[in-house]
Structure formats: structure tokens, C-alpha cells
Design a binder for this molecule. Structure first.
Ligand code: UDP
Length: 479
């Protein structure tokens, strides 16, 4: 923070309060962001529950003050400690969970009253924090855990959606590239109507209402990754945006990487030992985020496809039941394939020299982590805005190969099945030595280098952080 003192104000004057939504993919990047602002001299309070605090404590900077509030589980019919990642909630209970979290508006207000931070940075899923902060005259920044590209697509889709009629596919209007979507790939909230997720419609309405009124948006991205879309986000959509990522790059030491999202040291060291024996760039890593559940039929196809590809692989399987593996599978893949059941040390694996490709569901965190590791990817989107990230990876950045998943469908039982032969071909393509594969690998490597440069001193994200902190300090002086 030396440049701050040079400018006459001390960065450590700035007190920022962070409030995450308790879901791994929302929580982990916000912990990273809190650490990054702390390292730049801001005083940080991180508001969370005791269950979440125990998960993040090993990875949060010592200087960050954890302020604990409690979810009234019983009042909302929720099991105690249900925000733990190992405790996935049924769809019915998810609604209650959102309600229970929203009931934290009173303790949240009390914290603002007592601590009077200069700003709050709260998850997009906590739109009500805007009103509480506004009533106390405190600026609220939204943490948006997705890409500028996806936000631009969502904005364009909303404008063209009413005009689509029965069209099966369409080109999104007014974007820097020609992006064509199938109707089945779109993140259309209307698809939630009549499902157990219907309650989200009301929440998204509120999110929409308060985002433009908030002070601005903190994004886990970097300018050089999607420059035209950052510009579009600012100039066409009119948002105040700070790109401060890729934030996972702050986890440089192994202890952090190990403990991220829950410690499993034995598994991690087993993984690393296994990878150490493999040659450079020879292993494919397959993982579908924190919630990648598939039908047994699909898992069998994956198992056979990976086996037939003849490449080494680490495959993370989230499904609880494991009795569906093809007969004798373990024996057949011995030494060549490693199956991890549950939570994998993803950052450690992706950044191991032996890993040469990543099969991803295109969640934004995973997409960015793949980019940072300089890896080409096979894209296998399932839902949310993952189909948009696929477009970015495959068509704009040209570091991805589509496996051919075309239908937004969270229900694994009704999702179309991708056959083993298709998976095998995609892996051979990704890991192959053809001209296209080599070129893809070269581009991915450059992206990884650009990502690293963005967060270094003088890089675009580094500078954005400085600008934001300075602006927050200045605006306080004018109060
Ligand atoms: N992750 C991990 N181990 C796992 C699965 C996921 O460390 O076994 C981490 C991954 O590194 C990423 C996050 O969990 O940071 C998943 O976020 P993403 O946005 O990719 O997907 P989501 O879970 O929201 O579908």
C-alpha cells in the first residue's frame, strides 16, 4: 500500500465488510478477494456462520477479522450446520435456506451499526443487504461470481427473448462477437416456473432491482481475458465494474491450496504422488464442480470413454453411490486412472505439471482456474450460465473443445446422454498432437501467463483494486 500513503491517505484506513453466500462456488472466491484486499492494506471484517468459519479459517489471512452470526436453522426447518458443503440440501429445503439467510438482515444491520464499515461487499444472492446498507448510508458492492461475457449475454438475451417465438436458435443482438445460442442452452428463468426452484424467480427479481442501485460490481475476471465484454458491461450496460481476478491465483502456497474448501491432506498427498509419476502434460483432469451429479447410465459412458481414450486421468465423481462401475474397471485402469469420490484438491491438481487437459462443466470458477493453469479444456456444461462460459472458452478464446452437451438440464436423470465414443474422441482431440490441438494448447498457455500478469504489481487487476480502494477512501471524505 505504499502508493496510498504517497497520495496522502492510508489504505489501512479503509474498512471493508465482506458477506458471502454460503455455497462453495460463491464462498471460496470471496475469501480470496478478502485476502487480496487485506494484502493491499484494507482492514477486513468477514461476516459468516461458525460452520463456514471452520471451513475457511485455514485459508483466510490472519489479519481478517471473522465475525460470526448464526442461522436460525430450527425456525426454518433446516438441519443444523446445513451450509456445510458435505450436507447438500434437497430442493425443498433450499427455499428455506434462502429464507433463513434473508432473516439475517437484523444481525447484519446490528453489525453495520456497531462496526460502521466504509463499504460492504456482499454476494449477488444477498440482494436484501443493499437495503440494509443503504439505510445506514453505507455503499454496497455486489460480488458477481461470473464472467462479464455471461452478464452481457444475459442482458442481450433478456432484450431479445420476447421476440424469439418458436425459434430453436438465435443470434444475440448487439454483442462484440456473433454468438448463436440454441434455446435449450439459454439460462431462462422462466424455465424455473413450476419446478421446486420456482422460489428463485422472486429472488432474481430482487437481484435485478438492486444491482443497478448498488455502488458497483466486483468481478472475478481480468480485463485482458474479455476486454470487449468488460467495455460492453461498462459502456452499454452502464455498470460500475471492477475486475480484480483471477482471485484463485492468490492461493500460491501449497497449504492454502490444500485446505481450500475443506482439508483432505491424505487424499491430496496421494494425488500428488500419483501425478509425480506421470510425464509432463499427460493427464486429463475431469471434474464438474461442487454439484456435478450424473445418472448412472451417463457415468458408465464416462468410465468407458475415459478408459478407451488411452490417456491417464484423474476423475472426480460426486455421486454418493459407487456400485455402478463397469465390472473389473478398477483393475483395468490401474495405474492409469485415479477416481476421487467427493471433494478434490482442484487447484493443486490443475497446477501440477503432469496435467495437460481439463474436462469441465464450465462453472466460472473452474473455467478461470483452468485458464490460470494454462490448460486447454473439454467443455461439458450442465446448467446455470455454464453454456455461456462454454461459448467464451470455445468460440472467443478458442481454448476449448465441446463435448456436445446442448441441453440446460439440472435433472441428471432426464439429461441427454453423451456416449463413450464421443467422450473418447474429445479426449483424444484435446490431448492429441494435431495442429489444432497444439495451437489450442499454445493459446491456453498464453492466457495463463496473461492471467498471472493481471494480478502482479502494475497489472490490470492490481490497478483496479488500487482504484477502487482510493475511490472508497475519497467518497468517505465527502460524507
Ligand atoms: N472444487 C474443488 N474440488 C472439487 C470440486 C470443486 O476444489 O472436488 C472447487 C473448484 O476449484 C472451484 C469451485 O469448487 O473453485 C467450484 O466452482 P464452479 O464455479 O466451478 O462450479 P459450481 O460448483 O458453482 O458448479
Amino acid at each position: 500500500g505504499s502508493s496510498f500513503s504517497a497520495m496522502g491517505s492510508k489504505a489501512n484506513d479503509l474498512h471493508m465488510l465482506f458477506f458471502p453466500f454460503m455455497m462453495q462456488s460463491h464462498l471460496l472466491p470471496l475469501v480470496d478477494i478478502a485476502n487480496i484486499f487485506a494484502s493491499r492494506g484494507a482492514r477486513i471484517t468477514f461476516l459468516t456462520t461458525d460452520v463456514t468459519a471452520s471451513i475457511i479459517r485455514p485459508t483466510i489471512d490472519d489479519s481478517v477479522h471473522l465475525h460470526i452470526i448464526s442461522i436460525p436453522y430450527a425456525e426454518f426447518g433446516l438441519p443444523d450446520g446445513c451450509e456445510d458443503n458435505d450436507f447438500p440440501l434437497s430442493l425443498d429445503l433450499r427455499k428455506n435456506f434462502f429464507k433463513a439467510v434473508a432473516s439475517l438482515c437484523h444481525p447484519f444491520d446490528a453489525v453495520l451499526r456497531d462496526l460502521i464499515p466504509d463499504c460492504v461487499v456482499t454476494d449477488m444472492f444477498l440482494p436484501w443487504t443493499y437495503h440494509v446498507a443503504a439505510a445506514r448510508g453505507i455503499p454496497r458492492l455486489v460480488f458477481q461470481g461470473i464472467s462479464n461475457f455471461s452478464l452481457c449475454i444475459m442482458d442481450a438475451y433478456e432484450r431479445c427473448c420476447p421476440l424469439l417465438g418458436e425459434a430453436e436458435s438465435f443470434v444475440l443482438p448487439g454483442l462484440p462477437h456473433r454468438i448463436e445460442l440454441l434455446k435449450t442452452q439459454a439460462l431462462d428463468l422462466n424455465k424455473l416456473a413450476g419446478t421446486p426452484m420456482e422460489f428463485m424467480l422472486e429472488i432474481f427479481k430482487e437481484i435485478h432491482e438492486v444491482e443497478p442501485k448498488s455502488y458497483g460490481t466486483v468481478m472475478n475476471s481480468f480485463y485482458e481475458l474479455e476486454p470487449q465484454y468488460v467495455d460492453h458491461h461498462r459502456e452499454v450496460m452502464g455498470r460500475r465494474v471492477w475486475n480484480v481476478g483471477p482471485v484463485s491465483l492468490c492461493n500460491q502456497n501449497v497449504t492454502y491450496k490444500l485446505a481450500r474448501g475443506g482439508e483432505q491432506p491424505t487424499l491430496a498427498s496421494e494425488c500428488l504422488k500419483w501425478l509425480d509419476k506421470k510425464s509432463r502434460g499427460s493427464v486429463v483432469y475431469i471434474c464438474f464442480g461442487s454439484k456435478g451429479i450424473f445418472s448412472v447410465a451417463q457415468l458408465k459412458e464416462m468410465a468407458l470413454g475415459l478408459e478407451a481414450s488411452n490417456h491417464s486421468f484423474i476423475w472426480v465423481v460426486q455421486n454418493g453411490e459407487n456400485n455402478w462401475f463397469p465390472e473389473g474397471y478398477d483393475e483395468r485402469i490401474k495405474g492409469r486412472g485415479m477416481v476421487i469420490r467427493g471433494w478434490a484438491p482442484q487447484l493443486l491438481i490443475l497446477n501440477h505439471i503432469a496435467v495437460g487437459g481439463f474436462v469441465t462443466h464450465c462453472g466460472w470458477n473452474s473455467s478461470l482456474e483452468g485458464i490460470c493453469a494454462g490448460l486447454p479444456m473439454i467443455t461439458w456444461p450442465l446448467g446455470a450460465e455454464q453454456f455461456y462460459n462454454e461459448k467464451l472458452l470455445v468460440e472467443v478464446l478458442k481454448v476449448g473443445v465441446e463435448v456436445g452437451s446442448k441441453v440446460f438440464e439440472f435433472n441428471p436423470e432426464t439429461r441427454p446422454i453423451i456416449e463413450a465414443s464421443i467422450i473418447e474422441a474429445a479426449v483424444r482431440n484435446l490431448m492429441g498432437e494435431g495442429e489444432v490441438a497444439v495451437e489450442r494448447r499454445r493459446r491456453a498457455k498464453i492466457l495463463g501467463e496473461n492471467a498471472r500478469r493481471a494480478i502482479e504489481k502494475g497489472g490490470s487487476s492490481y490497478n483496479e483494486i488500487e482504484k477502487l480502494m482510493q475511490e472508497l477512501i475519497n467518497q468517505r471524505k465527502h460524507v
